[in-house]
Design a protein around this ligand. Structure first.
Ligand code: GRF
Length: 251
């Protein structure tokens, strides 16, 4: 299966998926063939570059009524026009452009609506003949159209034992609730936020002295085991989503 990973940030889960898919025992099942980031300065892009995986940066124009706010245009050598969130990342991005361009495919596009953006992402996935899409810290809500189109082929990882603590700051929510345990969940994506049918979970304890950082780190370690495990199940056809929306396991 050809796998795309959608990212916005650090990309440690991307890294875990790439490494797992390259293990000799599994490389015939899954190939991370594309990375898409909606943030030009995501560290995940450096990881993609180091792994030799084609990466695309796709940005959405932040528009508010007729006004475009919070964006600045960088025009790196080569003429591509890029919208980035702030001046610091514009400078940093411009600095890194030549190197990035030498190494791999790197497209920059702007889109003005969520639907238009998601259609472009879908188009890129199809161009790269992607079978499975893994969201890994992708900080955008997907349009209903996109979710429907990729249903059963679109999965996400979330840093809690869903259905507990959906949404942002899951570790903080867990500590505030006084939970004895936490963990991570890999699930098929449906129309809700962190609500889709669950493929696998991994539990970690909450320790007495935990801070948000220490708990987040422990959850991350679990994620780096759980996501590759889910990818293997999916890529080998041992798990799939039924037309009724249930997760089916085959031995
Ligand atoms: C992970 O905790 C994941 O569960 C959440 O975003 C974080 C991404 O981390 N959806 P990384 O970018 O993979 O390091």
């Amino acid at each position: 299966k050809r796998v795309a990973v959608l990212v916005s940030g650090n990309g440690s889960n991307l890294q875990a998926l790439v490494e797992a898919s390259r293990e000799p025992a599994h490389c015939m099942y899954a190939d991370v063939a594309l990375v898409i980031s909606n943030k030009p300065d995501a560290y995940a892009l450096k990881r993609a570059e180091a792994a030799g995986i084609p990466a695309l940066v796709m940005n959405i124009t932040r528009s508010f009524g007729a006004m475009v706010i919070g964006s600045i245009q960088a025009r790196p050598a080569g003429g591509a026009r890029v919208l980035v969130d702030n001046f610091a990342s514009a400078l940093d991005f411009t600095r890194r452009m030549p190197l990035l361009n030498n190494k791999r495919v790197f497209n920059h596009k702007e889109y003005s609506s969520r639907e238009e953006f998601d259609r472009a992402v879908s188009g890129a996935l199809e161009t790269h003949r992607i079978d499975l899409v893994c969201l890994a810290g992708y900080m955008r809500i997907l349009s209903a159209e996109f979710v429907e189109k990729w249903k059963g082929r679109l999965v996400n990882i979330h840093p809690s034992l869903l259905p507990r603590h959906p949404g942002l700051h899951a570790a903080r929510q867990c500590l505030a609730a006084g939970d004895a345990d936490s963990g991570c969940t890999v699930h098929f994506v449906d129309a809700g936020v962190d609500t889709g049918p669950i493929i696998t979970q991994e539990r970690v304890p909450v320790l007495k002295d935990d801070t948000e950082e220490s708990l987040t780190e422990r959850i991350h370690q679990a994620e780096h085991r759980a996501y590759p495990r889910a990818l293997r199940l999916l890529a080998t056809g041992r798990v799939r989503l039924s037309s009724e929306g249930e997760v089916l396991f085959h031995s």
